[in-house]
Ligand binder design. Structure first.
Ligand code: SAH
Length: 253
């Protein structure tokens, strides 16, 4: 009997931000596959097997999940946020493309999750209220030059820019260079949001400006949002909101 594989987005951290559909899919699985910190967020169920894998080993994890499903199990592979955003869903389809005949009949489903950018944006107001683009600063799977090229294009086109994977121990300087590139096209007063561990117990959100980002800290659990030329701040009752209006004018190149 061939089993099933469901690729589940857990949301950014808080259990309330895991959708009911995701919780149901996790409860229905015989086997869970994922990176340890993400599996730690899933409630224990008796009789359910857990297969923990290392962070960087997405393809091996995807193959393992497909093998388990092909052997008849009902498998859930977990991602933080949304599984289609820099996460496991593409890894599963990449290995399915290899065409292992044993995997042909596995039923594959993707369950969406609240991506970090949506949770971070909601915390500060509505910075993604108009056209935006999303770039991962990780150069594990693409050359750094390509990252810079895309940042230049996005900045020149006046998109709000969301940066996933802004920094890690192995990539300490990339964010500084990325923000410097964006600054070629944007005023120093442009709002920038550093959102750390959104919806988790050590959440910290810093609203700053492009000119002041050098002193700010980012790590693997930080998301950075750089405003467009129209993104603004409003103060209300001692609280600052950041939003991008829904309209925009043509910008001269
Ligand atoms: N699939 C995930 C993203 C995985 S890439 C999603 O949709 O959210 C990993 C990056 O996501 C991290 O380096 C960080 O930039 C961001 N991230 C994930 N969870 C986060 C959180 N709770 N708070 C802030 N950033 C987060």
């Amino acid at each position: 009997m061939t089993g099933r594989l469901v690729i589940v987005g857990l949301g950014p951290g808080a259990p309330e931000l895991t959708t009911p559909l995701a919780s149901d899919a996790l409860a229905a699985a015989t086997d869970l596959v994922g990176y340890a910190p993400y599996l730690a967020r899933v409630p224990e169920r008796s009789g359910q097997m857990r297969h923990i894998s290392e962070n960087r080993e997405e393809l091996a994890r995807a193959r393992q999940a497909l093998d388990l499903a092909a052997s008849g199990k009902s498998v859930a592979v977990v991602s933080s946020g949304d599984p289609g955003v820099f996460a496991m869903a593409s890894a599963v389809f990449e290995v399915i493309e290899e065409g292992n005949p044993a995997w042909r009949d596995v039923e594959v489903t993707v369950v969406p999750g609240v991506s970090a950018m949506l949770a971070a944006a909601a915390r500060v107001g509505a910075p993604l209220g108009h056209d935006f683009c999303v770039i991962s600063l990780s150069d594990n799977l693409k050359p750094w030059e390509l990252v810079l090229q895309r940042l230049e294009a996005a900045a020149a086109a006046d998109f709000v820019i969301v940066l996933y994977n802004p920094a890690s121990m192995a990539r300490p300087w990339q964010l500084g260079e990325a923000l410097a590139r964006i600054a070629h096209h944007r005023a120093g007063a442009t709002p920038v949001i550093f959102a750390h561990a959104v919806s988790q117990s050590d959440e910290h959100i810093d609203i700053t400006t492009l000119a002041e980002t050098e002193s700010k800290h980012a790590d693997m659990r930080t998301l950075v949002i750089v405003g467009s030329s129209t993104t603004k701040l409003i103060e209300r009752g001692g609280r600052v909101f950041v939003y991008t209006p829904r309209h925009a004018e043509l910008v001269e190149p």
